[in-house]
Each structure stands twice: as C-alpha cells, then as structure tokens.
Design a protein around this ligand. Structure first.
Ligand code: MTE
Length: 326
C-alpha cells in the first residue's frame, strides 16, 4: 500500500511500482509450485525465512468445487509469495515481513465472533481448522499497488464460520480486527495506520462462497508473513481487503471504518473492488505486473473487472455506481 504521509516518514512517493529491485531480480521462479516446501536454494535475509517453509505443517485439502475457485493460471512460486509481502505490522518494505514476522506467536490463538449474532463464541484455532473441509483454491490476488500473484490457498468459505454464530436479521456488515501486539510487531511504532489493522465487508460479500477464510497455502499452513494462523482472501477485491492474523470478527448493522479508508479516505474506499476503469487518485489500475514474470520490464497484464471474477460476483453490485462506491 502506498500512502501520502505528512510527518510519519513513510511516504513511498508517487509510483505504484515500489520494488526492492535487488531482491526482485534475485529470486525469479527458483521454486516452482509443486516443488514448494522442498529444497530451498538460498541462504540469508529473506531467503532464510522462506527456507523455514520446511518446518511448516502440511495441511490436507480437497479441490474446491466452488465456481471460479480454481484459476487455471500458473501459480506464483512459493518463494515469491512468501518473500514479497505487505504486512505493515512488520515493516513497510516488501521484504520486511519475511525477515521479521517469525516473532508472530500463532499458538495459542483464538478468534472471537460477536456482535449481531444469536450465538457469539470464542473459537480456538484448532476448532476452526476442523470446522469444515479444507479446500484448495487457486486465486489471483491483485494488489492496489499494481502487481498480482496466483496463489494456491487452503481454507473454507467464511460463510461456514458465520453460519455457526447465526447472524441476526439486522446484520448488514462484518468487521475484521487483526492482532496488534506491540511486543512482537515492530511496525506498530509507525503511525502510518490506526492500529489494529481492520477491514470490513458487506454481509452478502462475506457470505459469498468465494470469500475464503484461509489457513494455508501451497499445501502447508500459512507462513507468518502471509497472515498465519488465519486470514481472509477475497479474490475480486484489492489485496488489502485480505486481513491477516484475524482475532475478532464482528457482525454489525452500520458500515465499519477500515484501516486504509481511515488513513486515506479519498484513495481507499470501502468496497475496493478491482476495477481497471476506476484509477487510484495517483495511478492507473488498467494493468498489472505479475510477480515472478521477469521484473519491471516484463509485459504487463490487463487488469480485469472484479479481477476476472465478474461472472461469480458481478450480481452483488448490480445497479451500483462503482465510480462512487470504489
Ligand atoms: N493485514 C494486516 N494485518 N496488515 C497488513 O499490513 N496488508 C494488506 C493485506 N492484509 C496487511 C494485511 C495488503 S496491502 C495486501 S496487498 C495483502 O495483505 C498482501 O498479502 P500477501 O502479503 O500475502 O500477498
């Protein structure tokens, strides 16, 4: 994410292509999906963190049957997906989460689900892992900064969890609150966001079968930098809607604020649907760079409305002015 800041010292400038170049060119596709979790051909810095993938627990899953859940595109390498991250609680540079997120303590972990529900409950992570069959879903994730990845996630529809707590008739929105632990998250010292990082969805978006509560990727549990032990993945929305390391889910009547919307209201709207026709105020959203495809000079891909998931989710926004509700 890129933001204009006045005194926080974190202004990333005007470009949507802020890439630590040395890191980028050194790690192209060394690992292929399938070999992920196997040998890692590197040492030091971010590489060393990726090597820890060997210690991640395997997570078994079935192939998803949800329409649109299995993209046919070639997945990004595990190496790239776990070393080029946004997780501001661990720093602002793309390589910071891989370097520093190993301090994240993912056990014990609970998720409180509350608000306008008949059966509020605090779920233990082990219970959540078993709540429904874990499915593999291959989703394209498009970041608002202009890059994208294709990732084989493991999880199940968020609707399965929401069904457990029985949302009431007045429930219209869902808020997601993520961990903010100043002892383990050095990024909290920066004033760039109003911590904890929060996100929100309209109830029908949250209940859509493609809305994924993810516990793993590439056949294993999530790495800390990718949002362990559980995160959201909404493939038709910009990546920042995918809140990492969730601790509270709150069902509400009123639309909640979100971390990025509060930080820069005119740049990051509540909906944040991928839309090539609605530019970010400081850059176009018409194209994207696929991480792993040859660096800054690789051919860019055309960005698709709703990130290519229009057939599945377009109906949710029928009649809305997407320029206004961006
Ligand atoms: N969740 C938390 N808690 N903190 C963050 O900084 N960054 C978001 C999102 N979820 C973020 C977060 C942004 S901007 C993006 S693009 C995605 O996570 C990146 O997910 P990835 O690093 O797994 O690709």
């Amino acid at each position: 994410m890129l933001i204009r800041t006045h005194n926080s010292g974190f202004d990333h400038g005007n470009s949507s292509e802020i890439t630590p170049q040395g890191l980028y060119f050194s790690r192209r596709d060394l690992l292929k999906w399938g070999a992920a979790g196997g040998s890692v051909l590197a040492s030091g810095g971010a590489w060393a963190q990726a090597a820890k993938a060997d210690s991640l627990k395997a997570l078994s899953s079935v192939k998803s049957t949800v329409p649109g859940a299995l993209s046919m595109e070639t997945p990004t390498s595990f190496q790239d997906a776990s070393t080029y991250n946004n997780y501001y609680e661990f720093g602002l540079d793309k390589s910071d989460p891989a370097r520093y997120a190993h301090t994240l303590k993912t056990r014990p972990w609970t998720v409180r689900v509350e608000g306008l529900v008949n059966k509020p409950k605090t779920f233990d992570i082990e219970e959540l892992l078993k709540l429904s069959a874990q499915e593999e879903r291959i989703y394209r994730l498009r970041c608002v900064e202009g890059w994208s990845m294709v990732i084989p996630w493991i999880g199940y529809s968020l609707s399965k969890l929401l069904a457990q707590v029985e949302p009431q008739g007045s429930a219209k929105y869902v808020e997601f609150v993520t961990l903010a632990d100043s002892k383990t998250m050095p990024g909290l010292r920066s004033g760039v966001l109003d911590w904890p990082y929060t996100e929100g969805l309209r109830m029908d978006e949250a209940m859509h079968p493609l809305s994924l509560l993810a516990f793993g990727m590439y056949g294993k549990e999530l790495t800390p930098q990718n949002g362990a032990p559980l995160r959201l993945v909404l493939p038709w929305k910009y990546g920042f809607k995918s809140a990492k390391s969730i601790v509270t889910i709150r069902v509400l009547e009123k639309q909640p604020g979100t971390a990025w919307n509060k930080a820069a209201r005119n740049e990051y709207g509540f909906y944040s649907n991928v839309n090539p026709d609605v530019p970010h105020p400081r850059w176009s959203q018409a194209t994207e760079r696929r991480i792993g495809e040859g660096g800054l000079f690789a051919k860019r891909h055309k960005t698709l409305l709703f990130n290519g998931y229009e057939a599945q989710v377009g109906q949710l926004y029928a009649g809305m002015d997407l320029r206004k509700d961006y």
